[in-house]
Every structure is written in C-alpha cells, then in structure tokens.
Design a binder for this molecule. Structure first.
Ligand SMILES: NC(=O)c1ccc[n+]([C@@H]2O[C@H](COP(=O)([O-])OP(=O)(O)OC[C@H]3O[C@@H](n4cnc5c(N)ncnc54)[C@H](OP(=O)(O)O)[C@@H]3O)[C@@H](O)[C@H]2O)c1
Length: 382
C-alpha cells in the first residue's frame, strides 16, 4: 500500500492526501490529482527525491511537459537506484509526447528514452550491477529526463566509464541504429559506398564515422542552409567522403561523382518523400534502401523502374524492435556496445554535436530540438 509521509515538503502534497488514487511512473508514485506520493519509503535523503520532466497529456512538447518533483520508491531486491547524468532529446521522444509514435507509455510519463546514469544503490538480489556502474536503458520507454530513478536491474545495461559522458548518453539509440543498418542489410566491403540523407542527424553522424572506420565511402545528403560550408567541413572532418545538398542530388552533374566512387549498395533514409526517391535513383542494381526515419513526414515513393530494372530492396529498421528481438541474446547488444566503445576510445566515434542544457531550461531545449537547421542535439545534463 502507498504510504503518505506528511513531513515531506512539496506543495502538491497539500492536496487531498488520503483520497487520491496513485499509479506508478517507473519507480515513482504520482497521484492522479498531481500530488506526489511515496511507496513504502522514507523521504529523508536528497537521493530519495527526483526532479523529472513529466507529461500528463499528449501535445506540443514544450507545453505538455512540466518539471515536477517526484518521490522515489524504495529499492526492491531486483532494482537499483540510478542517478541520471545526461539524457538527450531525440525526435522519437518528441513524437511520444505528441502522441504520434509507435510506442506510447501510459500517462503520466517521464520523457526521454535514452541517457546514462550511475548506480547509487543495488537491491539484494542484483548480481549484474554494482554501485558506481554507468548504465543505459536496455529498451525504450524508461523515462530518462529526471535526476534519479529506481529501475529494474534487468532493464539496464552497463557501459564502461572511460568514455565521455555525452558519448555514453547518446550511444544506445543512434550509433546502435547506424551500426545495425551498416551490418544487417548488405555485405559491405572497404571501398563500397553508402548514400544517406539527414547526414547531419545523430544517426547520420554515427553512420559517417562507423562507415569510415570500416573503409566504407559515404555520400552524405544534407539540406541547404546559410552555414552550408561549415556543416560540410564538420561532416568531412568526421570522415564523410562526399557531402552534397538535396538540390545537387537532383542535378545531372551528380553522375560525375560516380566516376570516383561506385554506386551505393545501401541507401539510408531518415527523411522520406522526394529525398528518399532521389536516394533510390542512385542505388546500384540489387541494392537496399533502409528507411529508419520520416523527418519530412512524407511517404516514400518508389519509381517503378527501380523495382523492375534494378530490383532494389525496400526495407525498414527500428532499433527498438531489434533490441526486443534480441532480448534473450545477452551477447548481441553487449558485443555491439563493446565494438562501439572501442571506436569511441580510438577517437573514431564521437558524440553528435551537442548543446548541454539543465532540466530547468527544458522549454527552450524542447523548442530548439524541434527547429530546423539547428545541427546540434539538445542534451539534458543533470
Ligand atoms: N528506426 C530507428 O530505429 C531509429 C533510431 C534512431 C533515430 N530514428 C529516427 O531517425 C531520424 C533522425 O533521428 P536523430 O536523433 O538522428 O535526429 P537529430 O539528430 O535530431 O537530427 C534531425 C535531422 O532531421 C533533419 N530534418 C528535420 N526535418 C527535416 C525535414 N523536414 N526534411 C529533411 N530533413 C529534416 C535535420 O536536418 P536539418 O539540419 O536540415 O534540419 C537533421 O538532420 C528521426 O526520424 C528519428 O526518429 C530512428
């Protein structure tokens, strides 16, 4: 049963203390009226409380999200207390808040699906984690935009502590997506070419770097912008072979580019609409286009000729599904994370360009995350 400790000082606590129905927000108790309750624990130490970005309804992220104080539940035998260190704002987090994503947690929910935290306390039966470990969520839906949480140990996976905190906070989604798409669809050898749009996205930057580390060439398509040269230089410094705009991709001169590199075996589409159709036009016969995002919110149109004369394969990828499909294969996720960490340590995989923000500045951060041409990921640093 939920116990309410009257000496916990929160304004919301003054509300109908005994009548409110309570429900759990992954390790916190929150009342339907907004009052924050405690489940079998004393509200004594700072680490027993958490500040979280919570949403109680779907809507415009900067309006729907609120900064709230939550009380942590007691650490159970199979759970751990985690202090969050950093957590990014990804497009899927925004879509979840808007209510348009394929996966929607029960409301109220804490925002954020990835991030890194440090284990502060472990339950009696927890063997795989110890105090001090860095951990990231194994699956989506955990709610990472908060200072601390009590989570099931099985829902977490460790990361080494010798990588930068921003790399750790942004490793579980975008680099894993890039890694799988470069591995699971076409057999790519050094010298082969991959073409991608949204090349400056978090996924795109990881694709550039992982491909470069494997000797794979990349043609990177970005939208035109006033600081195009600056962005192009940045992506080239990451290892991009070619950086071109969406407009250049449509011009006949693009054929010149294929005199110096083979036509792509693999196209990675995070945009949809015309951009995806243009990627397809340049794919080599029998190649694959993998759609993983739809930033333009436009359907993918496949030219009939690409199917008849080139027999291209049209595929899709969702890293959440991959993680779920491989849930019982401990090695699958571990070995991918280990390989990515080797690249990070070797200086071959850096975190995307990030803007660090406090939880308190969440409105501005959420607004910035939705602006076009920003080219930097908003990351909450707790
Ligand atoms: N399927 C999966 O498993 C998976 C995993 C990770 C991510 N994703 C998806 O991949 C996409 C990118 O995620 P991210 O975290 O890498 O993104 P991000 O770092 O936030 O970057 C967003 C990217 O989208 C581009 N963009 C925004 N609106 C656009 C539009 N209308 N037309 C063309 N490009 C547009 C931006 O380009 P500008 O700089 O030009 O604005 C930027 O390159 C999202 O759709 C995300 O949901 C899917």
């Amino acid at each position: 049963m939920t116990i309410i400790f009257r000496y916990c000082i929160y304004h919301s606590f003054k509300m109908q203390l005994t009548r409110v129905a309570s429900f759990l927000v992954r390790g916190h108790s929150v009342s339907r009226s907004g009052a924050v309750l405690i489940k079998n624990s004393y509200c004594v130490s700072a680490v027993r409380d958490s500040t979280a970005l919570l949403y109680r309804r779907h809507g415009e992220p900067s309006q729907a999200v609120q900064l709230e104080s939550l009380h942590l539940t007691q650490v159970g035998p199979e759970s751990v207390l985690v202090k969050m260190l950093a957590a990014p704002i990804n497009p899927s987090d925004l879509n979840m808040i808007q209510g348009t994503y394929a996966l929607l947690p029960e409301l109220p929910a804490v925002g954020g699906n990835e991030g890194v935290g440090q284990v502060m306390e472990v339950g009696d039966k927890v063997k795989a984690l110890k105090v001090g470990d860095w951990v990231i969520p194994r699956d989506a839906g955990v709610g990472t935009w908060r200072t601390a949480a009590v989570l099931k140990a099985d829902d977490l996976v460790t990361l080494p502590k010798d990588i930068p905190v921003l790399s750790a906070a942004t490793l579980g989604v975008n680099p894993c997506t890039a890694f799988r798409m470069l591995t699971d669809f076409e057999e790519l050898k050094p010298g082969d070419t991959v073409i991608q749009n949204a090349a400056n996205s978090g996924v795109g930057q990881a694709v550039i770097q992982i491909a470069a580390a494997k000797g794979i060439q990349t043609i990177n398509v970005i939208r035109d912008r006033p600081d195009l040269q600056h962005l192009s230089d940045r992506l080239t410094a990451l290892g991009a072979t070619h950086v071109i705009t969406e407009e250049t991709l449509r011009r006949p001169e693009i054929k010149e580019l294929f005199k110096s590199c083979p036509r792509p075996k693999l196209a990675l589409n995070g945009v949809g609409g015309k951009s995806a159709t243009e990627l397809l036009r340049h794919l080599q016969s029998g190649g694959s286009m993998v759609t993983y995002g739809g930033m333009a919110k436009q359907p993918v149109t496949v030219p009939v000729s690409a199917l008849i004369f080139k027999d291209v394969k049209i595929r899709g990828f969702w890293v959440t599904q991959w993680k779920r499909d491989n849930k019982h294969d401990e090695d699958a996720l571990r070995s991918m994370l280990d390989e990515l960490c080797v690249l990070i340590r070797a200086g071959k995989l850096s975190a995307p360009a990030c803007t660090e923000v406090s939880l308190q500045d969440f409105r501005k951060a959420l607004e910035n995350a939705m602006k076009p041409y920003v080219s930097t990921k908003q990351v909450f640093v707790m």
